[in-house]
Design a protein around this ligand. Structure first.
Ligand code: AMP
Length: 348
């Protein structure tokens, strides 16, 4: 099939590499110069809403997907009237807005922290009942890797600045014991598959490492119930990832969802007989028949800011280094390392 991917970062790069043997033809739409995936497929360097490009995709490609969730909804809606767009623009519209996302979680009876919409400092004081240190303020849109979010007791000028440039939400800080994510996939014929949960460790809002699997039967089945409801709600096709906190009572609290393959699933290249990337491409082309349960305990470590010394790296046994070929920059995700072992205890 002919597949257009909006966004040409490392996620698109791994989708192309991991599905190479399936024989699809890819085109990438991305406004940046030399993004990671551009070494592996034709790259159209343009804005996501460039009409000429959208018409070209509509005429020449079978299906469109994304590696980046902030693609213009109007572009995807235009394409939806001509070709398959997976995931659907309706799912993207909700995932682009933290308020709509939390409202949907609530509507589907999925646990969420206390949250609300705020437009000024008075709203924050009212909502937090004066306990600002227990709350976070986040922009509704364009927040990722801890960007555009602060604790409500931080410098007032920072918060005022955020409020004056963005629509925002306030959320109660969850006193969590750990964080987990569920990777799931749905195909048009309503086949749905789930990986076991993954445990994730963040620092300053950025994922640092993921440990697979996080085995807990009860939480797994609750997470799968939540995911099934979300997938069916959108008539979703492709990979969807839900990130949860596990609070001190041992319950799942949904933080957010990503309508795409996800950083917490990179271990699956080595740790599963089918990676999340292949699974996504198979689901959007209607060729996903089963998800094998052949998994290896895995640890995925993000490489941020600076690439590791190759000599030191070679001392690690059984490791796989994935270099995204990006220029070094503070806190930029440059690559990841996956280690597989016989057990999670060995990995720790
Ligand atoms: P987000 O930008 O919402 O994906 O958040 C990134 C990370 O910040 C999460 O994975 C948590 O580690 C932390 N975080 C975000 N929101 C909350 C919250 N309400 N309570 C506790 N930690 C949070």
């Amino acid at each position: 099939m002919k597949i257009a991917i909006f966004g040409a970062g490392q996620l698109a790069m791994m989708m192309i590499e991991e599905s190479r043997r399936l024989g699809h033809e890819f085109v990438l739409i991305d406004p940046s110069s030399n993004p990671p995936a551009s070494k592996f497929a034709k790259h159209i360097k343009t804005d996501f809403n460039d009409h000429e490009t959208l018409e070209y995709i509509a005429k020449n490609y079978d299906v469109a997907t994304i590696d980046f969730e902030n693609v213009d909804i109007s572009s995807l809606e235009f394409l939806e009237s001509h070709i398959n767009v997976y995931p659907p623009s309706s799912a993207l519209a909700v995932c682009q807005d933290r308020l709509l996302e939390k409202n949907l979680f609530k509507e589907l009876d999925i646990g969420v922290t206390k949250y609300g919409s705020v437009t000024n400092i008075n709203d924050i004081d009212k909502f937090s009942e004066g306990r600002r240190s227990n709350y976070l303020i986040k922009s509704r849109r364009f927040g990722y890797d801890g960007k555009n979010q602060f604790k409500c007791n931080e410098d007032v000028s920072k918060i005022k600045n955020l409020l004056s440039n963005n629509e925002c939400i306030i959320e109660e800080i969850v006193n969590f014991s750990t964080e987990v994510s569920l990777i799931c996939v749905r195909q048009q014929d309503n086949k749905i598959f789930f990986y076991p949960l993954i445990e994730n460790f963040h620092k300053n809002g950025i994922l640092r490492y993921s440990l697979f699997p996080f085995l807990n039967k009860e939480l797994q089945s609750t997470a799968e119930r939540y995911a099934r409801d979300l997938l069916n709600h959108f008539n979703y096709v492709g990979v969807l990832v839900i990130e949860f906190f596990i609070n001190k009572d041992g319950n799942l609290i949904a933080n957010e969802m990503a309508p795409r393959v996800h950083n917490s699933g990179h271990w699956s290249i080595e740790g599963s007989s089918m990676s999340q990337f292949e699974m996504h491409i198979r689901a959007i082309t209607g060729t996903l028949n089963k998800l094998s349960d052949d998994f290896k305990p895995s640890l995925m470590i993000n490489i941020l800011s600076k690439c590791p010394d190759e000599k030191k790296l070679s001392l690690l046994d059984n490791h796989h280094f994935h270099n995204y070929g990006k220029e070094e920059r503070s806190l930029r995700k440059l690559g990841h390392i996956t280690l597989t072992k016989a057990s999670v205890e060995d990995l720790i």
